[in-house]
Design a protein around this ligand. Structure first.
Ligand code: FPP
Length: 243
């Protein structure tokens, strides 16, 4: 614990997670279809990713499609999948150029084989990226991932460490990249929506009223600046407050 408090004096958020909310409302405000907002959202993700290294962010986990999103109107789901497919085709070169390693968190058994093989190719092609670890949560539900992790544990003794390792395996992620330092949700709502429930145990939370397509790198910078002024205690009391 003491180590964690000491580490908290290093004020940069290393692992930032983002709930990219507000695409639909942003589009509606301009009398445009919701898809217009999702497309602008995907473009915005690119500029946010590019701004991470200079802010000291080494891992970015972004919520691109929740397992509950399958319940949206068929047409919207189809368009989101098409957008994801295009993203996988168009972004990879750029990610490689910028040293970004792309991985995916979540279930993999419900995507069509074309998307799935593009996801695997993207992971393979960007595997050497050493500047930013970009994790896209797709068909992701934290509660489902927790259940899958418990199943994976089998007869292994249940501890925080063994569970974390099982969770990483269940969601195909790197066990070293689990704990979130700063969780940002755009779009004005203040909830977690089944995102990274285990990993956010001690995350600092930042809720922005700005809709995702407009959440530019300057807004990310303000969230990071706000984080720098937080005192992270991890349930302990700093020495100066004892007595
Ligand atoms: C929430 O906005 C956003 C989503 C459900 C999808 C997030 C997707 C993107 C940012 C673009 C796609 C990303 C990739 C990588 C292709 P919402 O539709 O719930 O907005 P609303 O709350 O205003 O209705």
């Amino acid at each position: 614990m003491t180590n964690q408090i000491l580490n908290s004096t290093n004020k940069k958020p290393f692992h930032v997670a983002i709930i990219m909310d507000g695409n639909g409302r942003w589009a509606n405000k301009q009398n445009k279809p919701r898809f217009f907002g999702h497309r602008a959202g995907a473009e915005n993700l690119r500029s946010i990713v590019e701004s991470c290294p200079q802010l000291g962010i080494t891992t970015l986990t972004a919520y691109a499609f929740s397992s509950d999103n399958w319940g949206r109107p068929r047409q919207e789901v189809k368009m989101l999948m098409r957008l994801f497919n295009t993203y996988l085709q168009t972004e990879i070169k750029n990610l490689i150029k910028n040293g970004v390693k792309l991985t995916f968190l979540g279930r993999r058994d419900r995507f069509d084989t074309n998307i799935l093989s593009k996801m695997e190719n993207a992971e393979h092609a960007t595997a050497d990226g050493a500047i930013l670890n970009l994790r896209l949560a797709v068909d992701y539900s934290a509660r489902d991932m927790i259940i899958e992790a418990v199943k994976k544990l089998g007869t292994v003794e249940l501890t925080r460490k063994s569970f974390s390792n099982a969770l990483a395996k269940a969601q195909h992620s790197d066990p070293g990249a689990l704990d979130v330092d700063l969780l940002i949700r755009t779009g004005g709502e203040k909830r977690l929506s089944d995102f990274l429930l285990w990993e956010c145990a001690y995350a600092e939370l930042f809720f922005s009223p700005v809709m995702w397509p407009e959440f530019n790198p300057e807004y990310l910078q303000s969230a990071v600046d706000d984080f720098k002024h937080r005192e992270r205690r991890f349930g302990c009391i700093p020495k100066k407050m004892v007595g």
